[in-house]
Design a binder for this molecule. Structure first.
Ligand code: PLP
Length: 389
């Protein structure tokens, strides 16, 4: 049994203690924190990449659904909580992801915690990238399957492990297409070859890719042309889609199976009408307005060029998530605080979210950021004392 007091003290000393600090004002990529009412900060830690959370189309759709159906959905989908709106959203998602069907969940965490145990059990194998999100890891552990973690993006090691351990039972490979803390990308085409060669199921978490990558915003699976081969394309509505909730897309059989077997779907209340309507509006927008994506990518290129002119290199990665490695938790916290003094809100990401010794600042770029915002952030970062870079 953990001693709560001792634990809290230890975390405090090591710089690992987390606490909450409410935002009291927010809008257009800026926020104000309680206790610091005079200061407006530029938000570099939001996952609302396309700035859809404040988009008039999402707000109008949510308001309309709220007026028509009320605040809550009242029951699980398999009871009376199942609205036509949920089906419309699932059809739109299936189309976006290039799959036959889709199923929505309360959140990405719930999706991963429900899907993985529905597919793999004791005597089965799960091959999981070491840097996979905590929700994937928890889903794996909950499944009771044998969990084999491979080095991040190391498909040679994965191949060796598959040769050595792949038996005759179910084997599931789980990856993210864009990694949430490193912003780097999974080599999906090579992975598909492995999955086919060894007869495994492939699940790809596109939490940070959907809406941001792909011609139609269908994610890296669309951009790499592997939608067909991916058995389970999972993602969240809480990030680039500016809403809340999550989905998995797959073939019809797979979805019929999951709606019977994924316990976080079966035993949980359906997404509220307003949230569902907002997600649907977002899915439509990202297909209809590719300029949302183009604008974001132009901002990413601009910001990276500024940092590269200041001495940063390839470690900035290929996506809207830009990790600035610091090392120790205390140092990362100190740098985040220094940046806050300069009007920049960026989160220090520390263990256990990332491996020990790799605490970092995680800049996440959104469509709200103006060239002036990006220049201000780059300047503040480059001028930090004792920069590790
Ligand atoms: C954020 C995230 C999730 C969880 O999604 P929520 O909808 O926020 O619960 C799952 N997987 C990855 C890779 C994520 O980044």
């Amino acid at each position: 049994m953990v001693d709560v007091k001792i634990w809290l003290n230890q975390q405090q000393v090591s710089g690992g203690l987390r606490s909450l600090r409410p935002v009291i004002r927010r809008g257009k990529g800026r926020l104000t924190l309680a206790g610091d009412e005079a200061r407006e900060l530029i938000d570099f830690s939001s996952n609302d990449y396309l700035a859809l959370a404040e988009h008039p189309a999402l707000i109008a759709a949510a308001q309309e659904a709220l007026g028509r159906f009320g605040a809550g959905s009242g029951a699980a989908r398999l009871m009376s909580g199942d609205l036509a709106l949920h089906h419309e959203l699932e059809e739109a998602v299936a189309q976006l992801k290039g799959k036959e069907a889709a199923l929505t969940f309360g959140s990405g965490y719930l999706a991963n915690a429900g899907i993985i145990p529905a597919l793999a059990a004791r005597h089965d194998l799960i091959f999981s990238d070491r840097l996979n999100h905590a929700s994937i890891h928890d889903g794996c552990r909950l499944s009771g399957a044998r969990l084999i973690r491979f080095r991040h993006n190391d498909l040679n090691q994965l191949e060796d492990l598959l040769k050595e351990k792949r038996g005759t039972g179910t084997a599931l490979i789980v990856v993210e297409s864009i990694y949430s803390m490193d912003g780097d990308r999974c080599p999906l085409r090579e992975l598909v070859q492995l999955k086919e060669r060894f007869g495994c199921l492939l699940m790809v978490d596109e939490a940070h890719a959907t809406g941001v990558f792909g011609e139609n915003g269908g994610g890296v699976i669309e951009e790499d042309g592997v939608s067909e081969a991916v058995d389970l394309a999972m993602g969240t509505f809480g990030k680039a889609l500016g809403s809340y909730g999550a989905y998995v897309a797959g073939n019809r059989e797979m979805i019929d199976y999951l709606l019977n077997r994924a316990r976080s779907f079966v035993f949980s209340t359906a997404l509220p009408p307003a949230v569902t309507a907002a997600s649907l509006a977002a899915v439509r927008l990202i297909r209809q307005e590719p300029e949302l994506r183009r604008e974001l990518h132009a901002k990413i290129a601009f910001f990276k060029a500024l940092l590269q002119a200041g001495g940063y290199g390839a470690e900035l990665g290929p996506s809207q998530i830009i990790p600035i490695l610091v090392g120790e938790s205390g140092a990362a916290l100190a740098k985040a605080e220094q940046l806050r003094q300069q009007g920049i809100f960026v989160t220090a990401i520390r263990p256990p979210t990332v491996p020990k010794g790799t605490a970092r600042l995680r800049f996440s770029l959104t469509r709200h950021h103006s060239p002036a915002d990006l220049a201000q952030a780059a300047k503040a970062l480059l001028e930090l004392p004792g920069r590790a870079g």
